[in-house]
Design a binder for this molecule. Structure first.
Ligand code: HEC
Length: 101
């Protein structure tokens, strides 16, 4: 019984190490489309705006920088995102592109 419990606690620990676990990636994808996040990124990168997330020397190199960048970008469009919405967007971008662990 003790072993089962410690394995359980260990797994919880691993889950917490993944960033943005409070974020909902599906909701993040909707926000991304709703705010047309890639509209500017397309202007910068050409046809595939998402290339901005995987470009060489991309700016976001840590979960903290991801949140900071999302704040900056959403400020540009006057989107007043809640902390939860920022987490959702971060979870989406992390799952699809950045894959921080
Ligand atoms: C007003 C234009 C504009 C809009 C709208 C915009 N962005 Fe951006 N975004 C930029 C620019 C410009 C950069 C590149 C910044 C740089 O190179 O310093 C960028 C970069 C980023 C990056 C970092 C890419 C990297 O290098 O790792 C992320 C993440 C990001 N944007 C997320 C978002 C999200 C999420 C939204 C929608 C809420 C959004 N952006 C909307 C202009 C915009």
């Amino acid at each position: 019984m003790k072993i089962v419990l410690s394995v359980f606690l260990l797994l919880c620990g691993i889950a917490q190490a993944v960033p943005f676990t409070d974020g909902d990636a599906k909701a993040g994808k909707k926000l991304f489309e709703h705010y047309k996040c890639n509209s500017c990124h397309i202007g910068k990168m050409g046809g595939d705006g998402s290339a901005i997330f995987t470009r060489a020397n991309h700016k976001v190199t840590s979960p903290e920088k991801m949140i900071a960048q999302i704040k900056m970008c959403s400020g540009n469009v006057g989107a007043n995102l809640s902390a939860q919405e920022e987490q959702n967007l971060a979870a989406y971008l992390n799952q699809k592109y950045y894959k921080f662990k």
